[in-house]
Design a protein around this ligand. Sequence first.
Ligand code: SF4
Length: 752
Amino acid sequence: MNINRRQFIKYSAAAFAMLLLDKGPALAAPDQGVERWVKGVCRYCGTGCGVMVGVRDNKVVMVKGDPNNHNRGMLCLKGALLPSVVHAPDRLTQPLIRKEGKLTPASWDEALDLTAAKFKEAMAQFGAQSVGFYGSGQNLTEESYLANKIFKGGLKCNNVDGNPRLCMASAVGGYVTTFGKDEPFGSYEDLDAATCFFIIGSNTSECHPVLFRRIAARKQNDKNVRVIVVDPRVTNTARIADMHLAIRPGTDLALLNAMAHIILNEELDEPRFHSKYAAFKAVEDGKPVDKTFEDYRAFLAEYTPEKAAEITGIPAAAIVKAAQLFASSSATMSLWCMGLNQRVRGVWANNLVHNLHLLTGKLGRPGSTSFSLTGQPNACGGVRDTGSLAHLLPAGRVVANKDHRNQMEALWGLPPDSLHPDPGLFATALFGALGEKVKALLVLCTNPAQSLPNVKKYTQNLRHPGKFMAVIEAFGDAETLKYADVVFPAAFWCEREGVYGCSERRYSLLEKAIDPPGQARPSVNILVDLATRMGVDPKFVPFKNSAEVWDEWRTVSASSAYNFKGMTRERLRKTSGLLWPCPTEDHPGTKIRYVRGEDPNVPADHPDKYFFYGNPNGRATIWLRPHKPAAEEPDAEYPLVMTTGRVIDQWHTGTMTNKVPEIRAAFPNAYVEINVEDAKRLNINNGDSVLVETRRGKLTLPARVGEVCRPGLIFTPFFDAKKLVNELTVDAIDDISKQPEFKICAARIARA
Ligand code: SF4
């Protein structure tokens, strides 16, 4: 497809409008002489749209939506333009080794042997905790499971983390602390039944466009549907809202507690639900303690609408109205993403959204659910479910629990008490230790040199002379390659087969459509080769391909509440995905969890309709979590709040979307969005070069002046490798989830 910047922006706008109008794909490209169609999953966001990949002469020539998957044939422009990414000119086609400062072509044996030798040397000299693995929510489930097994089970090293720590860890913490198990309660079908959408900390229209289309369609087709959007920016999501609450950044805890206060005061709660299915808890002196409903009511007493209005900047009447809409609708669905997760109180914010659902009983019925949206295509199915984070083991187990370790030892055929008992290093701690405590690191398909917060601090370590870093990567221009010692060329997307798990617990098979270029290989094979050369017993990693890894992972899952033993490769090939739990080959998958008759983990003869089997008392937890400010609040020196995020057509660090000529031409650069009042005060006009400074660095960016940001707030997207916006962000972390607070830091701006 060849279109210029003007046409692209026109298409982009048209696509957005069509999404709102509930029509088919806006960009109907002509058939490109496709020889065969292969079923797959989009490579980008956590929506996980099913795609049909059109192939001709071993090339992807076209991508269209899969009408049988949840997206019903719809795609956004990013998905439709994937062919340019697959065949980008800078694809890596042979291994590279850094020699005299330059990455130089090498043979597979040289690159594998050198990497294995460096890892073995580090472990021999400094022990197993001196190495590590950093993965991604974009890897296949099989790749994440295998890397986790190799490092935690084979090398006895728990330094296994990944970029979902930067985007989803607080959602995991929220689900686990409230319901006892990770992952959402409901499914995308709830979007079609909800009559009230409570969207907080999510610009769904740009970050999950195809899901947004369903919300917009609900609103267009049913006059009773209400949309509440809580966001300090007037995003395209906010533009369809009945109520847009332009909140002061970092004050959602006060808002959510005030909504609970109003719900109780106006008796809009559902006592039959929360008295039976919820328990109340708070943390005191660092320990969870039981509380009563009356304790909770007393705790909420100070969160009056007026007090919350002072903290949040939202009028008290609007807070009251939002609480009333939430509680009185026939079905309320909450949706959130990075705006709640990338915060030092991210887990608490997640808990407080769940609280509202537990108080009002708006859970476990069509349209009533508390649903975290995921940023990446396989953060859920790949990293969260396989336990590929430093504190986790597969299928909801945790490293710190001896029983869980013993279960995994038995499943992996290891001697009892052989797994390392301590959690490993989480993302920022892992890169913070690089070169010192951690000597050798393997990175699989992610770009930490651009995506870590306060990134200059960590790139110093990436340059550390005492570190060795091997990177498995598909593209030659990722920022992280500047610091790699060895690079392995990876098969990309539909050049190999494997499973993706999207936000709704749906596992879908990405089938192999074409061969990888040059000497590029599937990451599963690279990992097996590396493991055996590092000394891992070949019987521990007997896999020739991802299908064999999947079969083992299915079996491992069968002893857990994540059970998807029934999802054979054959079934996944025939369907457009299944939702776990799915314990047997005739099970249809599970759309609603924790409900008798819906979730196979709830016994058919359980006396109660709901059973929160992840918690020892069988109840979900309503947490008493007070309002706390952000880690870095604005002050006289840095009077503004800076927030970062995505834009609709660029994705993450831009390594893929920048390969698409139309996207690159239309959205070439980062910019800074400034409220018109702030711009006027600072004498800044649209398009001016603006110096943006925080305590960690400064960047010059073109100004976009308007009314999208609320006064006092600036926004910058982080896709542009020429302008590393993460040099400015703060790396303060949530003390439960260890997720950094990308969304809020103090900044100042001036005309450059
Ligand atoms: S909404 Fe997400 S998954 Fe769907 S086509 Fe767009 S980027 Fe891909």
